[in-house]
Design a protein around this ligand. Structure first.
Ligand code: GLN
Length: 447
């Protein structure tokens, strides 16, 4: 069914960088045999999944939607993908994304943009735009995305699907090509909350290969699929609902909050003042980490190498100049600048302090609330071709999502309606660390 749907929709939507039709059928046959003898029984057995193209799969092209990795076939598989395989998932392909996960529209991909299945003149959001569009267009039943500053939640919101970024450390980052290592987290994109819970349950793990992954004993996320929010304390930050927020998004999110209130939750407005500093702090820290993480792409060990060059340094320079796109270069330059001696204290260290203060402010808020509720993005999906010319404006669109990564918290986007153009609107639910179950319960009750 999904391969049929891919054939139908893909020429218009372009969710995938690689489609592995043959491999998918072979996997399906193997899995079916195991299902038949009762070796595989879980909810994901035999279900096709698409994986964002920044997660390594042994022997399969893994490009990060970049020219510099356009010929890269890893020698190992990401732990999260390995977990899905063990659960019997059929991996049908690798999804398109913003180059190295840097962007909010999937337009910075070397392979060209993905389009929003709800209206193909619009972007699907980003950077996991391919994963979210593939789920929305039924080209797969669910997908894996990664979220450094909103890349699961924002495109989920734009595509009308459910996306969850877990608490930092819940899913192993082993085999996820790093962008901002202290912020990156893999998570599920699905058609509904139950699927999301089942997928997270399968991929959450303590992995000795990722020293930041955590040993949690509360990963039975499907237990939280309970239709009950009585007494749940929900806070709506006034700072999220003010200036810059599209009125249609505002209305849909407030209506959703009302639904939860009618079902027994206690809903209040409160101030979360420091979030306005999240954007400069995030772009300083993420770019600093990216500039360091991306040093390895030098044309020597793997990936693209320039054709003609004059000595080693010229080879590095030409390879990187030709291999990276403009947004990635901009961030490498910004990141190198804020880390350079003389500027480190003024920018990088200051950003780290800001991050710590934002975390503290969230800690304070979670003394009063179980969930923080707001929009996932200030607008619905913009038109294709309108965002890249003004990177600053694009960065500002991340206002509601990035503080969640800075504080390491779990966040979820849940569809709450459509605007007058028929484009989906997402509500974001933010929980305290390790409180994915509270998010799942609230989202499930709303749904
Ligand atoms: N839009 C943000 C950025 O460009 C977030 C991306 C992400 O979460 N990977 O960095």
């Amino acid at each position: 069914a999904v391969i049929g749907q891919i054939k139908e929709a893909e020429s218009e939507i372009h969710s995938f960088v690689t489609i592995d039709e043959e491999g998918a059928y072979a996997q399906a046959e193997e899995i079916q045999k195991k299902i038949d003898v009762g070796e595989l029984t879980g909810p994901l057995a035999g279900v096709p999944v698409a994986v964002k193209d920044n997660m390594c799969i042994e022997g399969q092209l893994t490009t990060c939607s970049s020219k510099i990795l356009s010929n890269f076939k890893p020698t190992y598989t990401a732990e999260a993908v390995e977990k899905l395989r063990k659960a019997g998932a059929v991996i049908i392909g690798k999804t398109n994304m913003d180059e190295f996960a840097m962007g909010s529209t999937t337009e910075t991909s070397y392979y060209g943009p993905t389009r929003n299945p709800h209206n193909t003149a619009h972007v699907p959001g980003g950077s996991s735009g391919g994963s979210c569009a593939a789920v929305a267009a039924s080209e797969c039943y669910y997908a894996l995305g990664s979220d450094t500053g909103g890349s699961i939640r924002q495109p989920s919101s734009f595509c009308g699907v459910v996306g969850l970024k877990p608490t930092y450390g819940t899913v192993s980052r082993y085999g996820l090509i790093a962008y901002g290592s202290s912020l990156d987290q893999i998570g599920p994109v699905a058609k509904d909350v139950s699927d999301c819970a089942a997928i997270l349950e399968a991929i959450a793990s303590h992995d000795p290969k990722d020293s930041t992954s955590m040993d949690r004993d509360d990963c039975d996320f499907t237990e939280a699929l309970v239709d009950d929010v009585k007494g749940l304390r929900i806070g709506i930050p006034r700072d999220y609902m003010g200036e810059g927020l599209d009125p249609e998004v505002n209305d849909a999110v407030m209506k959703a909050a009302k639904v939860l209130e009618e079902k027994g939750a206690i809903v209040e407005a409160f101030d979360l003042r420091l979030v306005k500093y999240a954007i400069p702090a995030y772009y300083t820290i993420a770019d600093a980490e990216a500039s360091s993480n991306l040093e390895r792409f030098d044309g020597v060990k793997y990936g693209y190498r320039t054709k003609d060059y004059d000595g080693l340094h010229n080879m590095y320079k030409k390879t990187r100049s030709e291999g990276f796109g403009p947004e990635v270069k901009r961030r490498i330059m910004l990141g190198s600048f804020v880390l350079s001696s003389g500027y480190y204290d003024a920018y990088y260290l200051k950003a780290l302090r800001t991050k710590a203060l934002i975390k503290k402010e969230f800690d304070r808020a979670f003394r009063n609330y179980d969930i923080i509720l707001g929009p996932a993005a200030p607008t619905t999906a913009p038109e294709l071709g309108k965002s890249l010319s003004d990177p600053m404006k694009m960065y500002l669109g991340d206002i509601y999502t990035i503080s969640v990564n800075l504080a390491g918290l779990p966040g979820m986007s849940v569809p709450v309606g459509k605007d007058s153009k028929g484009l989906p609107i997402g509500m974001q639910l933010i929980g305290n660390v390790f409180e994915e179950k509270t998010l799942i319960r609230a989202a499930y009750t709303y749904e």
